[in-house]
Design a protein around this ligand. Structure first.
Ligand code: ADP
Ligand code: MG
Length: 249
């Protein structure tokens, strides 16, 4: 069976730093997978190669069985990959609504311009879904951090991707905002059958939302399996020892 997303032997170095080394993984349709690991483990570097933001030094990425390794982020977006960023790249000078329009137009291979505006029918439901309808006409720059995260999520899911890649979707948000954002994610995955790969520091979020956990350490996958088994794994525990990330409950 072809997985929704497959990575084979991905590697990437920055100067002398081997950020990701020989990483292979799969994500199935409708599957929720967490990618965890300490700071600097290579999570964002791996995400960039999966989304098309950067190219691997070696290895390949298949999406729905198709080799997309040579395709950029916009092409992958149009094929059905949505992503959020660790730091939300919202267009601060545009309104909230215009940001969603721009994302939808990009997914349709059109540029955002005053002449190519989208009908409200396609934008408003997206804003309602993430709870930003009442802020639609405010500049994105005026949003507080939690609402920036909501907008970032809206931009990733506006075109109903088959695969959602989220790099720290809840980073820096308060506990109740975290629960809300992950609730939106769960709903979308349930509704659309999308596959999900996300990184997350909060272990409660990981264990509450992931069906499978991939643990990255120094650029390599050291564990791939059920969340409960990850918590019991000696090597995983050793990686997290002293970081306060992985505690018994
Ligand atoms: P994580 O997201 O797990 O915290 P990163 O993928 O951001 O890890 O980083 C992995 C390693 O690669 C780190 O040692 C980091 O310093 C290095 N690195 C990441 N991006 C760059 C870059 N653009 N230039 C140089 N080094 C980088
Ligand atoms: Mg990161």
């Amino acid at each position: 069976m072809t997985a929704l997303l497959e990575a084979h032997g991905l590697s990437k170095a920055f100067g002398g730093v081997q950020a990701v080394q020989d990483v292979s993984l799969t994500v199935g349709a409708g599957e929720k997978v967490a990618l965890i690991g300490p700071n600097g483990a290579g999570k964002s570097t791996l995400f960039d190669m999966l989304s098309g933001a950067s190219r691997p030094d070696s290895g390949k990425v298949l999406f729905q069985g198709r080799d997309v390794t040579g395709l950029g982020a916009d092409r992958r977006c149009r094929l059905g990959i949505g992503r959020t960023f660790q730091v939300a790249p919202v267009f601060a000078s545009l309104t909230v609504r215009e940001n969603v329009e721009a994302a939808l137009l990009t997914a349709r291979n059109k540029a955002f311009s005053p002449f190519g505006r989208l009908a409200a029918e396609s934008v408003t439901p997206v804003l309602e879904e993430v709870g930003l309808a009442d802020r639609a006409d405010r500049p994105a720059a005026a949003l507080d951090y939690a609402n920036r995260k909501r907008l970032d999520f809206a931009l990733a899911v506006a075109h109903r991707p088959a695969l959602l890649l989220m790099d720290e979707p809840t980073a820096g948000t308060a506990r109740e905002d975290r629960a809300e954002i992950m609730g939106l994610v769960d709903r979308l995955v349930a509704e659309t059958g999308a596959g999900l790969l996300f990184t997350e520091h909060d272990m409660d979020v990981v264990f509450g939302h992931a069906e499978r956990v991939l643990v990255l350490s120094r650029g390599r996958v050291i564990f791939d399996g059920a969340p409960g088994a990850a918590r019991a794994d000696a090597e995983v525990r050793a990686v997290y020892l002293g970081t306060g990330g992985f505690h018994d409950r």
